[in-house]
Design a protein around this ligand. Structure first.
Ligand code: SF4
Length: 212
């Protein structure tokens, strides 16, 4: 089990790049995948898995899927696969935590839902590893993501690849890359609660400005 980012980087350098392991990379959107692909492509034979039942509304889910599919194919020649959108799975998973806010148990459960679906898919399709791009965001807790990943590794017997892609300015690089490729960047995390929370912040700011 890899303990930290330094070990992760050392591990990458030991990979035989003439015989790349097959990695199923869960991704939530094009911008988050941009830097992760640049980092990992040298070491792994990657397929992207878009499994994001959390995203609402459905049109937004579809928009992000279209963006990532076009980007991965056009610039990296990487295949994107996806599962059936099931927003009820997300709603059932986070039940009673809807209004806990970002970085709360709601998000832990949301990571778990998507990572478990990725792990199961990786097992079904015979991948050597699975991981996720989620950790690139400063709003996501990498410690939780890795805890969940390694728990799933034990349960399903599929190797989890350590994930902390915000390191070495990963988030900043992903923003630069999404500008370079003129990619759509959403302004909320994904679920309807994160959209409501974002809207409330915006409205509060407008009210405050009007009062000054
Ligand atoms: S804020 Fe993001 S990570 Fe948290 S529950 Fe909503 S979609 Fe999932």
């Amino acid at each position: 089990m890899i303990k930290d980012y330094k070990e992760f980087k050392n591990y990458l350098e030991k990979i035989d790049i003439n015989n790349k392991p097959k990695l199923l990379l869960h991704a939530c959107c094009g911008p988050c995948s941009s830097y992760c692909l640049e980092l990992l492509k040298k070491y792994f034979d990657i397929t992207i898995f878009y499994s994001n039942d959390n995203i609402s509304p459905k049109e937004e889910y579809q928009k992000r899927l279209d963006v990532i599919s076009n980007f991965a194919k056009k610039y990296h020649d990487i295949k994107v696969i996806y599962d059936e959108y099931n927003n009820d799975d997300y709603n059932n998973k986070i039940k009673n935590h809807e209004h806990d806010g970002e970085k709360s148990i709601r998000c832990y459960l949301c990571y778990e839902l998507r990572l478990e679906k990725t792990c199961v898919k990786a097992k079904e399709l015979g991948f050597d590893f699975f991981t996720t791009t989620l950790s690139i965001s400063p709003y996501k807790i990498s410690k939780w993501i890795n805890e969940i990943g390694y728990n799933l590794q034990k349960i399903y017997n599929v190797n989890y690849l350590y994930s902390d892609f915000k390191k070495e300015d990963g988030y900043k690089k992903s923003i630069e890359l999404s500008c370079k490729y003129n990619m759509y960047r959403q302004d909320y995390c994904g679920c309807k609660y994160s959209k409501e929370e974002r809207d409330k912040i915006k409205n509060d700011r407008i009210k405050e400005e009007n009062n000054n």
